[in-house]
Write a protein that binds this ligand. Structure first.
Ligand SMILES: [Zn+2]
Ligand SMILES: [Zn+2]
Length: 344
């Protein structure tokens, strides 16, 4: 620990000054608590939850992710000129799909697998053993599929493990670039496409509204990969950016079924856009300060089922639970709403 003790990340005020507004455009994952808070939230939500075992499994993953993020080995950082070019072109400086990943991500992933507790269910231990024995080429191919949002060829059981390794690597990369750029100009800021992470261009998991001070009520989208959060005004579709046809759905009726699921439901809404047919969940931290986009998203799967009944599609991605649908397959990328694959 203590590897980042001598570096200083910009304060929200400095970032706000840089972005020229009162609301900071970016909120940074905290190196010392980012995954630990997620683990805590997952354990809180797991009590009496129908997906208890899975939530506890992801909590174990998050706990190890925290340990590794706090002491990540040195990795190759991008060339400052490349960062400047990205900033000037309003492009994401660490675009994940094309990023030349440092091999350290694989050794850290293998280390993560050895740190997971032996007490996990047999099926999880079998998957862990399988990933531990996988060669470099297989891990890289799985990572490519995950980052491109392609589920064809993806090992869905192994995906949360590989994704956990990628999350630590990209969160560390984000923070290391930010820390190394201090005094040189801000490498991160708005990019052309508001619907994806301004650092790594991954999709958001969900939105979270903030409950503190100047940020009260402001909505931030949380990156599914690197954990950066970026601001977007409320009541706006996070997929097509329309402000015309956004409505909200929630799960009040299910509230008496399971206590902790009800707790998660109370802070969750689905922001549904009739214009493009997509939705993203929004979690209200003024109703519960411990909200975590990844954890709360997993604990409110019932809300996805409710919203998808009316034909809406998820804009958000949760790397801990991918759906086996061809949402991100290359042909569908530029399509706002691909046609029903089976019209009969
Ligand atoms: Zn990101
Ligand atoms: Zn829309």
């Amino acid at each position: 620990m203590g590897v980042s003790a001598t570096v200083r990340v910009m304060s929200p005020e400095e970032i706000a000054a840089k972005s020229g507004g009162q609301t900071p455009y970016l909120l940074w994952p905290e190196r010392s608590t980012h995954f630990a808070e997620r683990a805590m939230r997952l354990r809180q939500l797991a009590a009496n939850h129908p997906m208890r075992d899975f939530l506890l499994f992801v909590a174990e993953l998050a706990q190890v992710q925290q340990t590794q993020l706090a002491a990540y080995p040195a990795i190759a950082l991008p060339d400052p000129d490349a960062l400047d070019r990205a900033a000037n072109g309003l492009a994401p400086p660490l675009a994940a799909i094309d990023w030349p990943r440092d091999p350290a991500w694989r050794s850290e992933l293998r280390e993560l697998l050895t740190r997971l507790p032996q007490s996990l269910p047999q099926a999880a231990r079998d998957t862990i053993a399988r990933v531990a024995q996988a060669d470099d080429a297989w891990l890289e191919a799985q990572a490519d599929c995950l980052l491109a949002g392609v589920t064809r060829g993806l090992d869905l059981a192994a995906a949360p493990l590989v994704a956990a390794g990628l999350q630590i690597y990209f969160t560390h990369l984000l923070l290391a670039v930010q820390e190394s750029a201090i005094g040189r100009g801000q490498p991160f800021g708005r990019i052309e496409d508001e619907t994806v992470c301004p650092a790594c261009a991954s999709k958001p998991v969900a939105s979270v509204t903030r409950n503190a001070g100047d940020l009260l009520g402001q909505r931030y989208l949380g990156c599914s990969l690197c954990g950066l959060q970026w601001h977007m005004v409320r009541i706006k579709c996070t997929h097509c950016l329309s402000t015309q046809s956004v409505a909200y759905q929630s799960l009040q009726r299910a509230a008496d079924e399971h206590e902790s699921e009800a707790a998660a439901s109370a802070v969750a809404q689905a922001e549904v856009c009739d214009g493009c047919g997509h939705y993203l969940k929004i979690f209200h931290s003024d109703r519960d300060p411990h909200v975590d986009a990844v954890a709360d998203d997993l604990a409110t799967l019932t809300l996805d089922l409710l919203v998808s009944e009316s034909g809406s599609r998820r804009h958000g991605v949760n790397l801990m639970l991918l759906f086996g649908e061809p949402e991100g397959d290359s042909a569908a990328q530029a399509e706002p709403d691909p046609p029903d694959p089976d019209p009969r």
